[in-house]
Design a protein around this ligand. Sequence first.
Ligand code: MG
Ligand code: MG
Length: 267
Amino acid sequence: MVTLKSAREIDAMRRSGKITSHVLTELMKVARAGMTTAELDTLAERGIRERGGIPTFKGYNGFPGSICASVNEEVVHGIPGSRVLHEGDLLSIDIGTTLDGYVSDSAVTIPIGNVTQHARRLLEVTQECLTVGIAQMKRGNHVGDIGAAVQAHAEQHGYGVVRELVGHGVGRAMHEEPQVPNYGEPGTGMELRPGLVLALEPMITQAGPKIRILSDGWTVVTADGKLAAHFEHTIALTEDGPKILTLRDFAEDPALERYRPTREAIA
Ligand code: MG
Ligand code: MG
């Protein structure tokens, strides 16, 4: 069942989203070669709790971390731990906050130091995939319009779109209806209406779209061992169009500006 949110609920989700985006920005700034993903996880949990939130991921189906930290060929759901980040790695950080019973969910993939031109391009295109998906979040459009736009943008650059994992509705629970695939046909699926809040999260691979799950039961990796990237925002469709509830404010750090969606995408 799809639950539409009231303006008051969307305000509550925005407050949750502000914690998520603030803590994620902090992690983006501090992540560097030599750190372990467990150190980032500790900072994330502290940052969320200091602001009155609860780390949504911690204990979710038994997940041990407050973030998912997925490196290089890891697509999503990497368990933070003793893995040390190295120059040239791609790191996906996925984070969720529950505040006053409302969940916000957001992810970025960032370069650790200098990365190859190919890796940088994958990051750019995956972030663009999220942006073109958000641009389809208009009243009267359908869920399939989002997936079709994401898929077209990724495949136009020769990249793969993961099929097994999808975006989702979000609200009192992290995963609500509807599912939002990153592929599809325009005009199909549920019609989008004001009050709908979605977590859009393209998972894009450098080559083939096939994935497998490691023996830890969580970590999703590309079957071919090539790189993957993942960006996610929690977005409310309002009477005034889509509003990103996990939008980050980078005014104080121009180096992070590239992670801000373009104005056109949120208009
Ligand atoms: Mg997420
Ligand atoms: Mg999500």
